[in-house]
Design a protein around this ligand. Structure first.
Ligand SMILES: [Zn+2]
Ligand SMILES: [Zn+2]
Length: 265
């Protein structure tokens, strides 16, 4: 079955100490409890094709931003049996440093990006201190080099990447943010990436504070609910440790979680 994909979340970094109040725009009613944050890339595989969704960050970025890199995602992929050179298609949900680093490490890949993310990340908004903060000029410059090398495939809104794998631009968190849907044995999964950092952002209808356009973010949640038939068990948020806590581990791989199997509990 060409359209039935295996989907894995690879956890490569974490921010163990942070407060729940850092995760919501409306923070006054939020209990000041610990709310750790995980970082993932996602691997889609169907026996014929392998697609990587996002590329994580590297040790230099981790040090610059005081993040805890567990392992470079490229090395984590290799340990999981997928050398970077075997990746032909990379979908970048958006260009923030924790999603679009390591883009020099995939020599044979084409990068699937939204027109609006490239425009946003290279345009006038990047003169604004607040908006430029989550981007790395090194990553964005490398992506521009890939454009000139003919290795970027641009998309404008909804498109198909392969049979059973589709993208939708939602914007909101970043102007060209795209989510990914993928057909699996348990139905269509929605990789929401930073359209919803945590399940709780959607569940409480309370956006994460890094947001370019709140209305677009809310419309994105409506789209995610529609695409998942309103089943949050088929929605995968971008940074929620509940993913690692509820999905089964791939045998022998402590930081790889099997999303095409149902979550526990
Ligand atoms: Zn982001
Ligand atoms: Zn992120």
């Amino acid at each position: 079955m060409g359209a039935q994909w295996e989907v894995y979340a690879l956890r490569y970094a974490e921010t163990p100490v942070r407060s729940a109040r850092e995760s919501f725009i409306e923070w006054r009613d939020i209990h000041d409890a610990p709310m750790p944050l995980d970082y993932f890339v996602w691997l889609l595989r169907n026996g014929e094709q392998t697609i990587l969704v996002d590329t994580g960050f590297n040790e230099a970025a981790a040090q610059a931003r005081k993040r805890k890199l567990i392992v470079n995602p490229v090395d984590l992929l290799e340990r999981f049996g997928v050398p970077a050179s075997a990746i032909r298609d990379v979908v970048l949900t958006h260009f923030h440093y924790d999603h679009a680093g390591n883009v020099d490490r995939f020599p044979n890949a084409v990068f699937h990006v939204q027109d609006r993310e490239m425009s946003y990340a290279t345009g006038r908004c990047m003169c604004e201190r607040v908006l430029v903060a989550p981007f790395s000029v090194e990553d964005v410059t490398q992506l521009v080099r890939h454009v000139y090398a003919g290795r970027v495939q641009f998309h404008d809104g909804h498109d198909a990447i392969a049979e059973g794998v589709e993208i939708h631009r939602t914007g909101g968190h970043s102007d060209g943010l795209q989510i990914v849907t993928v057909e699996t044995q348990r139905g269509k999964l929605v990789l929401a990436s930073d359209a919803s950092h945590f399940y709780a952002n959607m569940e409480k209808e309370n956006p994460f504070p890094i947001v370019v356009n709140v209305a677009d973010m809310l419309a994105g949640w409506r789209l995610i609910r529609k695409l998942s038939d309103n089943d949050m068990g088929r929605v995968i948020p971008g940074h929620d440790p509940r993913v690692s806590a509820t999905y089964p581990r791939a045998a022998g791989h402590e930081d790889v979680f099997v999303l095409h199997e149902p979550p526990r509990g």
